[in-house]
Write a protein that binds this ligand. Sequence first.
Ligand SMILES: Nc1ncnc2c1ncn2[C@@H]1O[C@H](COP(=O)(O)OP(=O)(O)OP(=O)(O)O)[C@@H](O)[C@H]1O
Length: 517
Amino acid sequence: MEKGASFLFAGTKFNKKKFASEIARFKEKKDTENKVDYLNMFESVNPEPEEVTVSTKKRKRKQAVSVEAVEGFNVFTSSKKATVVNEENKKDEEEDKLSKEKKKANRKMEADSILRKKYNIHVSGNNVASPLKSFAELSSVYGCDSYLLLNFAELGFKEPTPIQRQAIPVLLSGRECFACAPTGSGKTLAFVSPMLMKLKHASTDGVRAVILCPTRELAAQTTRECKKLAKGNKFHIKLLTKKLIRSADLSKLPCDILISTPLRLSSAIKKRKLDLSRVEYLVLDESDKLFELGLIKQIDSVVKACSNPSIIRSLFSATLPDSVEELARTIMHDAVRVIIGRNEEGKLLALRQSFAERLNPPVLIFVQSKERAKELYEELKFDNIRVSVIHADLSEAQRENVVDDFRAGKTWVLIATDVIARGMDFKAVNCVINYDFPDSAAAYIHRIGRSGRAGRTGEAITFYTEDDVPYLRNIANVMAASGCEVPSWIMNLRKLRWKKHRPKRESILTKPNDVKD
Ligand SMILES: Nc1ncnc2c1ncn2[C@@H]1O[C@H](COP(=O)(O)OP(=O)(O)OP(=O)(O)O)[C@@H](O)[C@H]1O
């Protein structure tokens, strides 16, 4: 299965003590009342819809205009009044400008999100550059030299692939990036093109860009690709070979882009044959394989040798194991994460990975419908964990059995929906996993209230996909108030009015429905 996990998830510890009074209030009331209560309590609602603000402003502006028409006759008699009117006009103009800019920014965000959805691009990070609509934008927006576009055409590349659409503008905007896209999806062009565009021309100032590949064969292949893309420009593109290390004085070698394996490059650094202090771009290609091969020490020495403080580092990978994420986090600053692939597949992978690393039963998993509860059960039942499911299609007696088994520790993981879990008392659940994002703040509190009962702390993990991002801010306050560290980009999101948020999600099943075991 493709391991390109296109998911995002966040964990929070829910402090039951801190929320004791709120939970008590919640329990006592009916659902609809609760919703209002919690929305107010955690300020999840924008109390002033934008429409209202805009129309108020319009009214104000109209008033100012009518004042101006009358006051205009008095311009010479009352300069004070004229100044006031002028100032008001200026203020109005500024407000107008701001509102236009805001609308433009909103339109751009919408267009970006439509494009990302179309190409299954998932991003995280602040102010992520817009995805490319076409290769032509490289020239119209980013001033790309014509040779590169000619080379694309000559190679028969008509449209950017999804990873190219997003990773290229991210790197061109000067951001660090870690990108995950399936094998054969055009990652090489995604990191080589911005490199060529930023380096602009060949120089003899020493090594300016480094690409690390896990094996000699891959390094040689990347060198060939790189040369094809740079055709027409006189860049010095070198593959670090044994022969090159032996024969040349590397410090004098004209080299714009150096491609190597970590082993070979770190050994050249050790022998003080290379100065990498001017490197502006460092790419770790196939970073998942670099780790599999245990090359962390060598990678580390290369990262350290590339000591230019304004260096842009990027990681490209076909899968996204924890080791790669961890490295990305330690070596990069303010990096943008770009993932190409399916959301639901990512969630399932994340769940399996989390169980493989640590399973601390009892674990309660919430999904948004009984169909999805059954699907997730189908996926997990053959994994080596004791899992069961509870949904409305089970008889009363069956449901009771399921709950009894869970309480007795016979099953470790229970999959449930909000409806069925309401009112059931699962004692001492260690971890609640919101596999599907809750559809309201009330549901979130209901769910995480199942963990860490009787004053103990519990863990809550919430998976979210692109569809859920607009609603993240609405649970952020609850998370923050319970002592969880919430990333600033989530806190900076706009608060939305909670609609019943239950987006249509892709099936959880990795096998088509008609394939039976
Ligand atoms: N925009 C494009 N349109 C058509 N073909 C492309 C495009 N970009 C790259 N290719 C071609 O797709 C193939 C795969 O590209 P590439 O090797 O870069 O993929 P990759 O994601 O790096 O895969 P791997 O993980 O196997 O290294 C290559 O033959 C490349 O020339």
